[in-house]
Design a binder for this molecule. Structure first.
Ligand code: 5GP
Ligand code: ZN
Length: 114
């Protein structure tokens, strides 16, 4: 989807501070970080929301989680802790409609979220 900002980041058409990438996912720093560590992990394949994920997406969603843990290790918050979040639709606060995993850490995060 050429009008999707995350598809354009995945294809390197739009620059991002990439942490690492694999054949199926890309991890990069969030443009507007909400914590000392705030990274996003996206599947290369466009999926609008978590609601739209289907059986064939099972593997890539698993990879997203494993990549999230790898991001936390690389950015130094794996041991202190972090939050892995997928926002879905309006009430979830989703702004970009290409599934992504937020990795937030580097400070104590509040719970419950606002
Ligand atoms: P959402 O609210 O959809 O869960 O989160 C979208 C996230 O994407 C936000 O944290 C926002 O700062 C980030 N974001 C939006 N556009 C860009 C961009 O062009 N580059 C990067 N690196 N992050 C972006
Ligand atoms: Zn997309």
């Amino acid at each position: 989807m050429t009008d999707c900002i995350f598809c354009r980041i995945a294809s390197r058409e739009v620059p991002a501070q990439v942490i690492f990438e694999t054949d199926s996912v890309v991890a990069f720093h969030d443009l507007n970080p909400q914590a000392p560590v705030h990274a996003l992990v996206i599947p290369r394949r466009h999926i609008d929301t978590l609601n739209d994920a289907q059986e064939p997406d099972r593997d890539v969603l698993g990879e997203l989680m494993l990549a999230g843990a790898e991001v936390a290790r690389r950015l130094g918050c794996a041991e202190t802790g972090y939050r892995a979040v997928v926002n879905c639709n309006q009430d979830g606060g989703q702004a970009v409609y290409h599934v992504h995993l937020h990795i937030l850490g580097g400070r104590r995060l509040g719970w419950p979220p606002g």
